[in-house]
Write a protein that binds this ligand. Structure first.
Ligand SMILES: NC(=O)c1ccc[n+]([C@@H]2O[C@H](COP(=O)([O-])OP(=O)(O)OC[C@H]3O[C@@H](n4cnc5c(N)ncnc54)[C@H](O)[C@@H]3O)[C@@H](O)[C@H]2O)c1
Length: 309
């Protein structure tokens, strides 16, 4: 490890880092000099992830516990401090899906996804940010959103709620943590992982990746869909001193594409003395509001040669 690595001397926690995007984040943070607390539900997966980091000369330790409960968040922070002497970076990445349309979604489908993503992000950030404030560490909070949270997606009520909620919390934390010099940002990733492997639209890209071939340019460029490693550079950048001024942002990344997402803002404003009655709206809404907003992600048609049935 070079003595000039940007994250030398820093300590990071990455939740859900046994595989997929989280593993790529943990590996890249370690390559850039950070010591990493790897977390996953499965002990063997977490231990394997630690081994891959150590094999490259990095430092890592595993905590095999499910995020969601406060006790897990406390254990993660305690492990960072006890093992590596502090905490500088938290990446809340752990996630699960329970996709189905609204009218088939059970209470359990809803609660499971909210518990891991939304509550897991809340409990981990509360614990980490509290420690950083008390110890006057100008830390880095990096939370993981999704295009579904930004735009909505068919069959993902629970996930949309959790991911939109995470970005809402990030905006709030950017305000609350500013004075302490702690930044809070959301990353909106897209990558080929277990989570996206079964989406038919991405099949040709996942196929190429599995065969060790580069993904077609249509995916990397037009869709911003690539590998987990394509996302990891942004995580390391946001974790570094170079990103001290970047806070409260939602940043999209995937394949060859980097995007800054807007936050919701009023796109049309109209006034009426005395306010807006039903009759005023029935006759005047269309003019006052202008063109309505779209929902859902916009996917370009798949070129014929990339279609798989
Ligand atoms: N892959 C994508 O294109 C994509 C797009 C948008 C957002 N995301 C988000 O990125 C994150 C990582 O997704 P991925 O694609 O790598 O998925 P993945 O399923 O490959 O990895 C998720 C990891 O989280 C772990 N995990 C699940 N529940 C956990 C819990 N309670 N505590 C600790 N670990 C837990 C899993 O064991 C797994 O290792 C998720 O938050 C996901 O919603 C992914």
């Amino acid at each position: 490890m070079s003595s000039h690595a940007p994250l030398d001397g820093k300590v990071a926690i990455v939740t859900g880092s046994g595989r997929g995007l989280g593993l790529a984040y943990a590996q890249e943070l370690a390559r850039q000099g950070a010591a990493v607390v790897v977390n996953d539900v499965d002990e063997a997966t977490a231990a394997e992830a630690v081994a891959t980091i150590e094999a490259e000369g990095g430092r890592a330790v595993a905590v095999a516990l499910p995020v969601g409960p406060t006790a897990t968040a406390q254990e993660l922070v305690r492990t960072a401090v006890d093992t590596f002497g502090g905490l500088d970076i938290l990446v809340t990445n752990a996630g699960v899906l329970r996709d189905t349309v609204l009218w088939k979604m059970s209470d359990d489908d809803f609660d499971t996804v909210i518990n891991v993503h939304l509550r897991g992000t809340f409990t981990c950030v509360r614990e980490a940010a509290s420690w950083m404030r008390e110890n006057e560490v100008a830390g880095r909070i990096i939370c993981i959103g999704s295009p579904t949270g930004q735009r909505g997606n068919f069959g993902q009520t629970n996930y949309a709620a959790a991911k939109a909620g995470i970005v809402g919390m990030v905006r709030t934390w950017a305000l609350e943590l500013k004075r302490a010099g702690i930044t809070a940002n959301a990353v909106i990733p897209v990558a080929a992982t277990a989570m996206t492997a079964t989406v038919p639209y991405f099949a040709a890209a996942v196929e190429a990746d599995a065969a060790g071939e580069p993904m077609p340019a249509f995916f990397r460029h037009d869709l911003g869909f690539g590998t987990s490693e394509d996302v990891a550079g942004l995580i390391a950048f946001l974790a570094s001193d170079a990103a001290a001024a970047v806070t409260g942002q939602a940043i999209g990344i995937g394949g060859d594409r980097l995007q800054l997402w807007s936050h919701p803002d009023a796109v049309a404003t109209a006034y009426r003395d005395g306010g807006w009655s039903y009759d005023d709206l029935a006759t005047g809404f269309a003019d006052a509001a202008g063109p309505l907003q779209s929902v859902g992600e916009k996917f370009p048609p798949l070129p014929e040669e990339l279609q798989r049935s």
